[in-house]
Design a protein around this ligand. Sequence first.
Ligand SMILES: Nc1ncnc2c1ncn2[C@@H]1O[C@H](COP(=O)(O)OP(=O)(O)OP(=O)(O)O)[C@@H](O)[C@H]1O
Length: 257
Amino acid sequence: MSAGAHVRLEGLKLAFGDMPTAEVDLDVRPGEIVVLLGPSGCGKSTILRALAGLLTPTAGRAEVDGKPAGGADTACAMVFQEDALLPWRSAARNVEYALKLRGVPRRQRLQEAEELLAQVGLEGFFDHLPGQLSGGMRQRVQLARTLATRPRVMLMDEPFGALDAQTRSEMQQLLISVWRQYGTTILFVTHDVDEALLLGDRVVLLSPRPAVVRGIVDIPGPRRPGAQFEPEFARRRYEILASLGDAPPAELSPEGA
Ligand SMILES: Nc1ncnc2c1ncn2[C@@H]1O[C@H](COP(=O)(O)OP(=O)(O)OP(=O)(O)O)[C@@H](O)[C@H]1O
């Protein structure tokens, strides 16, 4: 059985005061990566926050394995663009802290923290403080710390948005390898169509606020570095760009678009 949870948004309505922000139906299979793409301010982060239990729906349901999202046993972890590491704790101590919250006995924590950091490519940096690490390395620590909580759903809000292109590509590949190992369900918000094409099993296209699902694009998934630039992705790219209002003229569309 997959370690990832089944996520279901059913008639989910979210609002700030009298401003409707999202009206969404979506079914995410266990272990699937679903990318949310839509115009700035449409309500993507709000949807993730509802799944993390940080917002209460005005109507409908957000469920994780059939239980209301946000409960202690639904094991959703949020990952943000800005890392939320404790600056006075070393990389290993940051990860250990998450293990402590999970109830891992003290004598096992350091070893498990170091194993997780090694897994994200940070051997040799266990004792570094966040301020002594690059942005990409801090995101690696954050990923290790997230894995330490054994999440069944990762809610990733533009996690790589602040990284340079090379580091971003490395982090995408790291996420893919971690996902292959753990089978976690992932909801991933991005503005980057290439990132969506590389990572997603499906890309959900959202309307301007209030976010409504306008379409869903299935993505073939070799997930090799650069796969998103291969010809079979051209039609999907066109479809996504057209939905975002950025499509090139129809006469330039790829064959079959
Ligand atoms: N705490 C809040 N109180 C009131 N309005 C809010 C609050 N948080 C977000 N909003 C509003 O809700 C709308 C959706 O915000 P949200 O952050 O979900 O959008 P987004 O699609 O993630 O945007 P972006 O792509 O720019 O990050 C925006 O108009 C925003 O101003």
